[in-house]
Design a protein around this ligand. Structure first.
Ligand SMILES: Nc1ncnc2c1ncn2[C@@H]1O[C@H](COP(=O)(O)OP(=O)(O)O)[C@@H](O)[C@H]1O
Ligand SMILES: [Mg+2]
Length: 217
């Protein structure tokens, strides 16, 4: 069972947008997906799933910010043969996050091109590195024009692996979220659909590569 953890010490970076879109891509890829929402106050991922009218292999649960409850849901997901568990949480950095990083097969750190988001990267990366877990930085909500993505990608690469695909600021992300859809379900011709598909495919490959490197070492 794979476990993807959308993690950042700051909120509003794109964790829930990425979680929900990756859940849809994984379900379309034939996987049984559990979306675990640890943000009891905001409940973005769980509310998204409540709005969702499509019957597929995605389930969402709200789990309290509690180590024992997280371990319980992890064991439950294993027993129920989930292929992928996606943990969406609030922006924080605490013991619970360390526990989830310990269980994760891939940590994904979304970041928007804003100095406030960028300032959160070193502490988040250090936490993951100290636990020796695979991670990637995902640049989200880029302006549609200009070279901000290339500049950011280069700058962030000193911290670790940066996803070569980005999301661009597009209405489709907000509209799809409002309907409980992935962007590809909302409009398969929108460029956002291609963005998330490229990100998903790259994350799957990266996770396999990183974890096989670990086994080999
Ligand atoms: N690529 C994008 N284009 C447009 N809006 C986006 C994009 N990515 C995220 N957003 C919006 O940015 C805000 C923060 O994203 P969200 O996923 O809720 O972040 P987090 O879960 O980290 O707090 C939300 O309003 C979301 O709809
Ligand atoms: Mg969120």
């Amino acid at each position: 069972m794979d476990l993807w953890f959308l993690v950042c010490s700051k909120g509003g970076v794109g964790k829930s947008t990425t979680s929900t879109n990756m859940a849809v891509c994984a379900a379309k890829d034939g996987k049984k997906v559990l979306l675990v929402d640890l943000d009891e106050k905001q409940k973005s991922a769980a509310n998204w799933w409540q709005r969702r009218e499509i019957e597929d292999d995605i389930k969402a649960v709200i789990v309290p910010h509690d180590i024992e409850k997280v371990k319980e849901i992890y064991e439950f997901a294993k027993k129920q043969d989930y292929d992928l568990v996606i943990f969406d949480t609030k922006g924080a950095s605490d013991t619970l996050h360390n526990v989830i990083i310990g269980l994760a097969t891939l940590c994904i750190i979304p970041v928007q091109p804003s100095v406030f988001d960028l300032e959160a990267i070193p502490s988040t990366v250090d936490m993951i590195k100290s636990l020796g877990k695979p991670f990637t930085i995902l640049i989200s909500r880029c302006p549609p024009t200009g070279n901000e993505f290339e500049k950011l990608r280069l700058g962030l690469s000193s911290h670790g692996l940066v996803c070569p695909y980005k999301t661009v600021e597009r209405k489709a992300y907000r509209h799809a979220a409002a309907l409980g859809l992935g962007v590809g379900e909302y409009d398969e011709r929108d460029k956002a659909a291609e963005e998330v598909k490229n990100i998903y495919d790259w994350l799957v490959k990266t996770e396999q590569k990183q974890n096989s490197l670990k086994v080999a070492s």
